[in-house]
Design a protein around this ligand. Structure first.
Ligand SMILES: *Cc1c(COP(=O)(O)O)cnc(C)c1O
Length: 412
């Protein structure tokens, strides 16, 4: 299919050629990769950036006077500016490279342990990934702050009126995901942010699941913190970003001590480096940061509007075809959702479906998707989750739906 575009024209067959892994066979069948919400596949352009770094200019950054070190430093800082531009942050030093979303959230949670006191309130949503729950529980335990939860409804949407009730002068921090990884729900984060700010509370948005589908604008959202992982948006594992408003990053203490994050060190007193280095102790994933920049270039060459339009079609088609299967129930039916389908068939265990369709070359995820509270809400142990990317096709969906039907016949 083709979608009109200002970028490179959207031709899925030509896009697929960028991804060497899509040529693979699994169990003698062509790979159908529908586990994109867990990690995306890597285009040749990003693989080339990694090979180029290690082949030509691998060196430690920021301290070296020699040429290789300067080239590596320039490329790493250029990648930071690409991340800044992509997310429209006001300043490059508001972009902190982290090892991923989990690291980014822990950095903020750890910093807030010095800012919260007994009786302060922090608000989480019922739709979160464990990595946006557990660090805050640990924070609440440490500080005596009270953790409150925005409940969800049957469609997998947040109950916004109840959110408004939870907010008060005691609220210091709200943390929600932009998109739920288990259900695909797109949360109304602008409303969440504005309401929190009206009460003087800060907001952290876990953007891990949004970043592959939605281009979030930090200034327009006026968000305080935003976290993503490169590996969910065509980049490598081991790198991600924390966006933080300058005023907040100045207020938070450093997360880890070490090299790179200091200005001066004596045994009496150490002074910390300026942003962003204050939060980047030790040698970072230099190659990963550069490859993250290459991944953003790649995503932008396809174009987020093209990606959203095409994935929306895949989602609508797969939803329609799956619902033809008797006893199949889809969890997460928000109008605003990304290309994720979580489902079960009757009382068949999701793991059994996942195992059978893997034999047919199809990769999906089964289980609680690191979001046990959502599974508890629906009173299920887990779901089968198929999550699509812009390099997937309708033919792959046909293949997948056929495989699910076969699995159902074998298991019921
Ligand atoms: C994947 C994911 C995370 C965790 O990302 P890591 O790369 O494992 O740190 C957090 N939140 C959401 C919504 C996710 O999808």
């Amino acid at each position: 299919m083709k979608v009109a575009s200002t970028e490179r024209s959207f031709d899925v067959e030509s896009i697929r050629k960028d991804f060497p892994i899509l040529l693979r066979e699994v169990n003698g069948k062509p790979l159908v990769y529908f586990d994109n919400a867990a990690t995306s596949q890597t285009p040749q352009q990003v693989i080339d950036a990694i090979v180029d770094y290690y082949s030509r200019y691998n060196a430690n950054i920021h301290r070296g006077v020699h040429t290789l070190s300067q080239e590596a430093t320039d490329a790493y800082e250029e990648a930071r500016r690409k991340v800044q531009q992509h997310f429209n942050a006001a300043k490059a030093h508001e972009i902190i490279f982290t090892s991923g979303t989990t690291h980014a959230i822990n950095l903020v949670a750890s910093g807030f342990s010095t800012l919260l006191k007994v009786g302060d309130e922090i608000i989480v949503s019922a739709l979160e990934h464990h990595s946006n729950i557990v660090p805050w529980q640990m924070l609440a335990e440490k500080t005596g702050a009270i953790l409150k939860v925005i409940p969800m409804n049957e469609q997998g949407m947040l109950k916004m009126d109840e959110y408004q009730q939870l907010l008060s002068e005691k609220t210091k921090l709200v943390f929600v995901n932009h998109v739920s990884n288990a259900l695909g729900t797109v949360n109304p984060i602008k409303e969440i942010i504005d309401s929190a700010h009206n009460r003087g509370a800060a907001v952290l948005v876990d953007g891990a699941q949004a970043a592959p589908h939605i281009k979030a604008d930090m200034q327009e959202l006026d968000v305080d913190f935003y976290a993503v992982s490169a590996h969910k948006m065509c980049g490598p594992t081991g790198v991600g970003m924390l966006y933080g408003k300058e005023e907040w990053l100045k207020k938070l203490p450093p997360y880890q001590g070490g090299g790179e994050m200091i200005a001066t060190v004596t045994f009496e007193k150490t002074t910390y480096a300026d942003l962003p280095h204050k939060f980047e102790a030790g040698t970072p994933d230099i190659c990963g940061g550069i490859a993250f920049g290459a991944a953003l270039d790649y995503m932008n060459s396809i174009g987020y509007e093209n990606i959203a339009a095409y994935e929306h079609e895949l989602l609508a088609y797969a939803t329609q075809e799956l619902l033809k299967i008797e006893d199949l129930r889809i969890y997460g039916t928000s109008v605003e959702k990304t290309a994720v389908i979580s489902f079960n068939i009757g009382s068949i265990h999701p793991y059994d479906i996942g195992t059978i369709i893997d034999k047919l070359g199809i990769a999906v995820r089964t289980g609680h998707h690191c979001a046990q509270p959502i599974m508890d809400y629906y009173k299920i142990p887990g779901t089968v989750r198929a999550s699509f990317a812009f390099y997937n096709t309708r033919e792959e969906i046909d293949n997948f739906v056929g495989a699910v039907k076969r699995a159902k016949n074998m298991l019921s």
